[in-house]
Design a protein around this ligand. Structure first.
Ligand code: SF4
Length: 346
């Protein structure tokens, strides 16, 4: 049975508390308080009750590792049931922080190049465990006043497929949007593209229109099936149709879709595949593609695309008037980069 989140536990444990208490509790969780005892807005009897029943933070740090450039820090967090997952703090070009959050412990998608995929799915995180990755880093930054303090962006590019944990991810998004200064365009949900869930996003009036990044990795159906084994038949055609529906419903200059493309040497980085990708993207409702240098994963036979192949690939795409960006590799020396997150949960 799925564990109750804070809101549900509060209602169950303190049924006689007035409605506004929950709001006070939520505000306190995003204040500078370090524990329940410091939340003076709440009566002391309730503070004691909360202290006993509901942990201030739903996760505990097990280990923190900074990379050599000191611009990326990976944290291993332990959940209540002892399972461990990862979250990453990365300095961005505004000298603020982007945090990469996990939505699941492990992942069922089994993308062939990804370390997390080798773990299988242990379980989905509850909304508090997602929300608290932000709170964990906020608290860490407060304890380190020498570091920039602002978390300006959140990306769901840690462990797990966020759309496979739809309700908890949605709840976490609403919580951040309400209680932090993160706006819709500062949060990106990255997904391999589970088509029924993508459809649901368009039909759900409560889905917040944060940015969506589709992990494409190939615009050739057969090649994509090899890289992302959960790819369903006719995926690319259906995704193209969906992209137009998305643009009609939610898209605008600020809420566009981005395609993510991990360049794997001599797997999906040929000129031929670049042309195929460019033609495919031009048929969709977005023209933004972010190429990602592959980060080595032990036990995998994939390699980072050679520089000249990467350059040629991007040149072909630009020849079709696409907006091509390249993700900066961060934290690869501490296995905190994209696709490298893995922990052993016994
Ligand atoms: S790349 Fe993302 S979706 Fe694929 S296995 Fe890794 S974590 Fe899961």
């Amino acid at each position: 049975m799925k564990a109750l989140n804070r809101k549900e536990r509060f209602k169950k444990l303190f049924p006689d508390e007035p409605q506004y208490r929950l709001e006070q509790v939520n505000q306190a969780l995003f204040s500078d308080a370090k524990n329940w005892d410091e939340v003076s807005a709440l009566p002391s009897s309730l503070r004691l009750g909360l202290e006993k029943e509901i942990p201030w933070l739903s996760v505990e740090a097990k280990q923190l590792v900074w990379n050599s450039r000191q611009d990326t820090c990976k944290a291993l967090l332990t959940a209540n049931d002892g399972l461990i997952f990862e979250t990453v703090l990365m300095k961005n070009k505004r000298e603020q922080w982007t945090i990469c959050v996990s939505s699941q412990v492990g992942c069922a998608m089994a993308c062939t190049f990804c370390a997390t995929g080798t773990m299988g799915l242990k379980r989905s995180l509850i909304s508090d465990e997602i929300v608290d990755q932000y709170r964990f880093w906020k608290q860490y930054l407060r304890e380190h006043p020498e570091l920039p303090q602002r978390i300006s962006n959140v990306v769901f590019m840690g462990m797990g497929e966020p759309t496979a944990n739809y309700e908890s991810v949605k709840e976490a998004l609403h919580t951040w949007l309400k209680y932090t200064d993160l706006g819709l365009t500062r949060i990106t949900v990255s997904t391999v593209g589970i088509l029924p869930v993508l459809k649901k996003i368009l039909e759900d009036p409560e889905w917040p229109s944060v940015r969506i990044a589709i992990s494409l990795h190939s615009a050739n159906q057969k090649r994509r099936e090899e890289i992302v084994p959960t790819t369903v038949p006719h995926f690319l055609e259906k995704l193209k149709t969906w992209s137009h529906d998305y643009a009609k419903k939610l898209g605008n200059r600020r809420h566009h879709i981005t395609y993510e493309y991990t360049l794997l040497n001599e797997v999906n980085d040929s000129e031929e595949l670049a042309h195929e990708l460019a033609k495919y993207i031009r048929g969709t409702a977005s023209s933004k593609i972010n190429v990602i240098p592959y980060n080595p994963v032990s036990g995998k036979s994939f390699h980072r695309s050679q520089q000249e192949r990467t350059d040629r690939f991007k040149e072909v795409l630009r020849g079709y008037d696409l907006t091509v960006t390249q993700r900066k590799t961060m934290g690869d020396d501490i296995a905190a980069a994209c696709g490298q997150l893995v922990v052993i949960n016994s």
